[in-house]
Write a protein that binds this ligand. Structure first.
Ligand code: ATP
Length: 637
């Protein structure tokens, strides 16, 4: 047993073996937050005698949930003791609380209530109500803009922010102020709180009429339910609970933080771990204030707050990668630099001194994508790297910023094995999941055991697109992930349907956004596309958030990091910011499709300024190479 704890460093051990009190671990990227949290959960069970069902873990996304459970399971196997615990996302937890409150008559929502997750769903339901919602308010605004503005304000007020505590219902809003909100496309509009109050009241009424809530409304309603004094739901939820642990705490909103402490009440210990430098969802309400105010928020409870624990020893990346991370990291109130952990072990073939971070200046996105494809091919063929060890992380993949799509297309041309969401027939998967979600929630099935349904699966009427085999495989998956009853499967599926990060499947080359790669690590990372409007993204970027996103991207790499882009001119120059003494600058200006003489001339011109180009396309026309040799000959003379 002792040997097991010995694998952790002093700070990690301090966190793992702390007494059962409130604790905040403020730890930088790759310092072992997930491992420490998993070990802490096992320690609570084995040394502090806390039953697994008395520990509740909360993680930020479904992927993070899977990672935490994997780590716990790995440690349990190693120790031959301890068990996995329930891990929820905040929204999944709120969903469960509301479900319970329905049983006790402590919410206006009824069984099978709808949660509007997407903007499309939202617009669909509200299109017919818009006039009613906006009647007589903000007459100076176009109706479409007014609609966006009011809903955005209501959302932001419920989430809370660094400056403002959450406001959960229209009744709490003071009508004497005005609020300014950014509604996109460089437009800010100001509306009076009196109007917000009116629209919000109508909005609540419409939702109630439809037996629906929206995504953030889930949290607000759960906070309200947990605050009912001596409420049956809160008593039931807190029953037997002794500890709540939270991963990725830096990305919780003020409202989620409120839910956390209302859940904890006065005598349940809260242990949180987070990295303020990785706060990347402020647009969605995450507030780093939660980390700063942890001690304060815990003051009203009967439990002591332990001194904050800091971790900076990084077990993931090489010093060259950490140099870049430390350079791009902005100074926050939590000042610290990442250091390489002494015990860091890399693969046998890896030589640290020979592996600087490669900054590849590709003037256009297409060139960057081409470089990535060619270099990946080389890594696999010449260095024996496996496809699943490589990730291409893009800032954005949309119609206007098709960074992922370009890389995927370039990679497809090489015939390499890919792992992207785009590779899955998303619509049919969504259709099936939606069916299962509603099936689990049917009044007749909701309280039933999944294994009973499995046995009688031939009796279930299925839609055309879902075969009996597939239906059974959904049920088996639900059983495998720890659900016993249909309502538990519904909760898990709900998290799955609302999770924007991609699946935890780790085969093939990963092409994903930096946001969705949070918490993950890869041997080799290509990060792109740095440059004006691209990364930092948009015409009026939130530079601090973008910089944190860059930091998250950089710190996903273990052994090799390629950063692709071009120097910024009109915006902060993230590309040049990545230069360190341990990074090498290259230019990639050769396109493999440059075949005509005219193009060759352009290519030659670019080679003139090219510094290194190790990954040059094999199929660049021989003519270009010949002419380059000739030109160099002349130069030498
Ligand atoms: N004491 C340790 N000794 C050796 N390896 C460790 C130790 N602690 C953590 N690691 C390894 O370091 C890597 C990073 O750990 P982990 O993913 O838990 O970090 P993290 O702090 O959650 O990272 P991030 O915030 O960047 O997602 C993992 O590969 C993990 O196995």
């Amino acid at each position: 047993m002792n040997v097991f704890w010995d694998q952790f460093n002093i700070k990690q051990r301090q966190a793992i073996t702390a007494p059962l009190e409130h604790m905040i671990i403020n730890a930088a990227a790759g310092t072992g937050k997930t491992s420490t949290l998993a070990a802490r959960i096992i320690y609570m069970q084995t040394e502090l005698d806390i039953a697994p069902h008395s520990i509740l873990a909360i993680s930020f996304s479904r992927t993070a949930r899977v990672r935490l459970l994997e780590k716990i399971t790995e440690f349990c196997k190693h120790l031959h003791t301890g068990s996995p615990v329930k891990v929820f996302t905040f929204h999944g937890l709120a969903f469960r609380i509301i479900r319970m409150a329905i049983t006790y008559g402590e919410t206006h929502l009824k069984p099978r209530f709808e949660v509007m997750n997407t903007e499309a769903e939202h617009n669909y339901i509200f299109a017919s109500y818009r006039d009613q919602l906006l009647e007589g308010v903000a007459q100076n605004l176009d109706r479409e803009n007014a609609h966006i503005a009011f809903l955005k304000i209501i959302n932001e007020l419920r989430q809370g922010s660094d400056e403002l505590e959450p406001i959960h219902t229209h009744e709490e809003l003071d009508p004497q102020y005005a609020i300014e909100v950014d509604i996109g496309l460089n437009m800010n509009v100001t509306v009076s709180c009196k109007d917000v109050k009116t629209v919000w009241r109508r909005y609540e009424r419409i939702l109630k009429h439809n037996n629906a809530t929206d995504y953030n409304g889930l949290i607000s309603e759960a906070v309200r339910i947990m605050s009912i004094s001596n409420g049956e739901t809160s008593n039931r939820v807190r029953e037997r609970l002794q500890a709540i642990v939270v991963d990725e705490f830096q990305d919780t909103s003020r409202a989620q933080n409120q839910l956390l402490f209302s859940l904890a009440g006065s005598d349940i210990a809260v242990n949180v771990v987070g990295d303020p430098d990785q706060t990347i969802y402020t647009f969605n309400g995450s507030s780093v204030e939660n980390m700063k105010k942890f001690g304060n928020d815990a003051l009203d409870t009967n439990i002591n707050v332990l001194p904050q624990i800091h971790m900076v020893e990084n077990y993931r990346s090489t010093s060259a990668i950490l140099d870049v991370a430390n350079k791009v990291r902005q100074t926050t109130d939590f000042d610290r630099l990442l250091v390489v952990a002494k015990e860091l072990k890399h693969s046998k073939s890896f030589d640290q001194t020979d592996n600087p971070v490669r900054l590849v200046h590709a003037p256009r996105l297409e060139l960057a994508a081409e470089f990535v494809a060619i270099e990946i091919q080389r890594l696999i063929q010449e260095e024996g790297v496996k496809e699943h060890e490589i990730a291409v992380l893009v800032r954005k993949n949309s119609e206007y910023a098709p960074q992922g799509t370009m890389v995927i297309n370039a990679l497809r041309n090489t015939g390499l094995l890919l792992n992207t969401n785009n590779d899955k027939p998303l619509s049919s998967v969504k259709e099936e999941s939606d069916f299962m979600y509603h099936f689990y929630q049917e009044p007749d099935t909701y309280g039933k055991r999944i294994d009973e349904i499995l046995e009688a699966s031939h009796e279930v009427t299925l839609p055309k697109y879902l075969s009996i085999e597939k239906f059974k495989s959904y049920l088996i998956d639900a059983l495998d992930s720890g659900s016993e009853y249909c309502y538990e499967a519904a909760e898990l599926l709900y998290e799955h349907l609302t999770d924007e990060s991609s699946s935890a499947d780790s085969s093939g080359i990963q092409v994903r956004t930096v946001h969705s790669a949070k918490g993950e690590e890869y041997k080799i990372v290509f990060l792109m596309y740095l440059g004006d409007r691209s990364f930092p993204h948009g015409s009026r970027p939130d530079y601090e958030e973008e910089r944190r996103l860059l930091y998250v991207g950089v710190t996903r790499a273990r052994e090799k990091l390629y950063i692709l882009g071009r120097p910024g001119i009109h915006q902060e120059d993230f590309f040049s910011d990545c230069k360190t003494s341990n990074s090498c600058l290259e230019r990639y200006m050769v396109t493999a499709s440059s075949k005509s003489i005219e193009d060759d001339t352009i290519v030659l011109d670019s080679i003139e300024v090219s510094l290194i180009n190790r990954a040059r396309a094999k199929h660049i026309s021989d003519k270009v190479a010949e002419r380059e040799e000739l030109r160099q000959l002349f130069e030498d003379e």
